[in-house]
Design a protein. Sequence first.
Length: 394
Amino acid sequence: MLRLIRGYRRIRPQFPVCRSLVSNAPDAGAGQQDFIKGWPNPGLLQRPELQEALTHSFTKAIMEDPASMLNYGTSDKGAFMLGHPTFLSSLAEYLTSEYGRSVDASTLMATGGGSMGTDLCCRVHAAAGDYVICEAPTYYLAHQMFRERGLNLREVDIQSDGMDLDALEKSVVELDGKVKLVYTVPVHHNPTGITMSQLKRERLAAMARKYNFYIIADEAYQLVNFKPSSVIPLCFEDDASDPRILSVGTFSKMIGPGVKVGWIQAHPSLLAPLPGIGFINSGNNPVIFNSVALAHFIRSGGLKNHLDFVSGELSRKCALLCSELRSAGLEPFEPAGGYFVWCPSKDGKMTGRNGTDMCLDPPDRFKAHMRLCFAWLTDEQIIEGVRYLKEMEN
């Protein structure tokens, strides 16, 4: 899967290099590049092959099935509260192929992306006043989502093989039944790049059953791999007799964030209450049209071909960034997938986004670390951006 499709390397983006892509920092110096944005480079989105495949898929959908993709549902199948059946079946087939494990459409719900998936799980499977435990550091905007739902936040450190489960168990026991959610990024972790080991996955699932909490597995980068992955979604560790795990996926990093289509994979009993929240109960599943428009792209192999190209390009950019950082005397953690490199700074020299607010206590514990996105910049900008760090020594 991860080899480049023949001929794709010869394709070059048909747009000028934008030299104005500097850091978000208002005092960004000359040569400082924008390692902050967790966005794909426009060249990944403007490929003729992608445009052609998506045009064909969208056209096929609107020409063949406008009545159901433009409606709440159909008379024979009812309302598509969890998502349009055409999309869910296409996605199930694709995930089955990628994971090497059977994925049934009944275990999937279509969402408006990964953030919506996380928010839905939080809304339904916890209540204001409950506790959620996250990794430290973590995807910092998850903190905002949990706070807005009235949850109390706690954290435990992440280790080289994933969340510190001894610390987690201690916190869960101390809070005596008040912990209702554990939030983890178990694959190509944002920001550290760490992937949770299989042993920890099994133990975490067992702890959820023992202590009666749910797990939200934020797996935005599950399929964005630079080499064959050793893990599959955390939900496969669940027990159907007492399901506890919701795996959240998205096409944002596979196709583009503007697509705004993702999914939750979980036991049907965990999905069943999700459409009952107000805005879905009133308006139905929010991505019926967009998801059906992707169905042929997924089923025809267009998605797989595009992801092969994306993974190859991101792998190369990641390796380039890490090589440049090492040449600058830094020690980055080189991930096996995803969008980010996590790197401790040296002598106070920083670029990109530092780790402030990626943890709770104290919020600036990781302020000396850099989270550097390699997906957004061109090769030249990556080199120039690290050169900025080197020049700070002079």
